[in-house]
Design a protein around this ligand. Sequence first.
Ligand SMILES: Cc1ncc(CN)c(N)n1
Length: 226
Amino acid sequence: MTDTTQYRFDDLRSACAEDWRAYIRHDFVAQLADATLPRASFEHYLKQDYLFLIHFARAFALAAYKSRTLADLRQAHEGLKAIVDLELGLHVDYCQEWGIREAELEALPEARATMAYTRYVLDTGHRGDLLDLHVALAPCVIGYGEIANWINQRPSTVRGADNPYDAWIAMYASTEFQDAMRAEQEWLDARLAEVTPARFQELVMVFRDATRLEIDFWAMGLERRA
Ligand SMILES: Cc1ncc(CN)c(N)n1
């Protein structure tokens, strides 16, 4: 008997609905939207996120290395470009506005949550295949786009100059970031349509782990954990 189940990215999200919601609607995100997030928490997050993004760029480079087709190589390249050209560029400029210089960013000690998350994704990519790696990257790429959309539809979100985090929200709501998020989702939809139920369950575990590590990353920022 052949199994005709065709999975999609939405099935991964539904399989981890509770963790996904805890990530997207984390207190860090709600306070950032309401402009009540302590500046010191945001600054701590921002600094660690620089280190995070460097490792995630490496993970997309690993995805390029593991690609067997031009389409897969292009998708990895798009992810790498979105991090290096778009996000990291804006991140460094944004840090400067917050009085954090690039030399300081380069000399930062890594917090444990940063280390745990980034190394988990890289390890998943090394030991698994290209789909494992993209599933481990999905909470990062797709989650932040969804977070920006959630923030933007909340009635209590503080907008413009009254919110010191407005530019951060705008970056993830931007067409460029939303396009990158959609492209990743489409790539995952196409690959997940081909997996067996047993393989899907393995991927759910990877997606859940990565989502939980995103939650820990918010907590690290909020509580300014080293
Ligand atoms: C921890 C984390 N996760 C996701 C993203 C969005 N690329 C980010 N900048 N930082």
